[in-house]
Design a protein around this ligand. Structure first.
Ligand code: CA
Length: 234
């Protein structure tokens, strides 16, 4: 199984969740390392250099956010946050510090495995993206031609403004991953002010309209309320 080469570090203090995640990953052919505290996780991270980290935020010694801060100083390893906190601020803080995605407890096997696959795909794509965007993005009947900057839905060209194209293209490059409002705003406009979120929402509404989706229709892009946007994966 090609998954065998991936090493995943699971940092979680609750033993039943930790062994559930470990069993699930091992069943799917991944190699698993586990840590119970934030400090132990940091040590395992530097000595084993995992391909991905699954991180609980509520750890006994330190806040999991500290792990993210430390890891991001060293690498761009995909970090999937497991959070019992339904609070939006915590998700946003984790994502803004550089976590790639989050799953709220309780979660199911299929959901977790899909997020793990998406995280590892981001890692594999990271090298290619640095060389500039070429090629095409395809999702159902939606196609984005990055070099010609042309978007089509069912072979019909969709006329987007430069900003709308940049937003759509950014989301597609991170498909499967939630991008927070501030991540998108910083990447598209460089800086952020009081009107930025509203401006982003207006652009998103226009993009959805032009792609032919109505509010509540999550065909291409999911609106993670209060958090950000996620381009569907497949
Ligand atoms: Ca915990």
């Amino acid at each position: 199984m090609s998954n065998n080469k991936f090493k995943i570090l699971v940092i979680e203090d609750e033993s039943n969740i930790r062994s559930f995640v470990q069993t699930m990953l091992e069943t799917n052919g991944y190699q698993v390392l586990t840590a119970v505290t934030c400090r132990q996780g940091m040590m395992m991270f530097s000595s084993h250099i995992p391909d991905m980290v699954i991180l609980d935020l509520g750890l006994p010694d330190r806040d999991g956010l500290e792990f993210i801060r430390m890891a991001r100083g060293l690498s761009s390893v995909p970090i999937l946050v497991l959070s019992a906190r339904a609070l939006e601020e915590d998700k946003v803080a984790a994502l803004d510090l550089g976590a790639n995605d989050y799953v709220t407890k309780p979660f199911g096997t299929a959901e977790l495995m899909a997020r793990v696959r998406a995280g590892l795909r981001i890692r594999m794509m990271a090298g290619e993206l640095k060389d500039g965007l070429t090629g095409e993005f395809q999702l159902d009947d939606l196609t984005i031609d990055y070099s010609r900057r042309v978007v089509t839905v069912a072979d019909r060209e969709v006329k987007l403004t430069q900003t709308e194209f940049n937003i759509l293209s950014l989301l597609s490059q991170h498909k499967g991953k939630v991008l927070t409002y501030s991540t998108i705003i910083r990447s598209i406009w460089g800086s952020q002010d009081d009107g930025s979120v509203k401006k982003l929402q207006v652009n998103m509404a226009n993009i959805r309209k032009k792609l032919g989706t109505v509010p509540g229709d999550n065909r291409y892009i999911i609106n993670e309320l209060g958090v950000g946007y996620r381009m569907l994966d497949e």
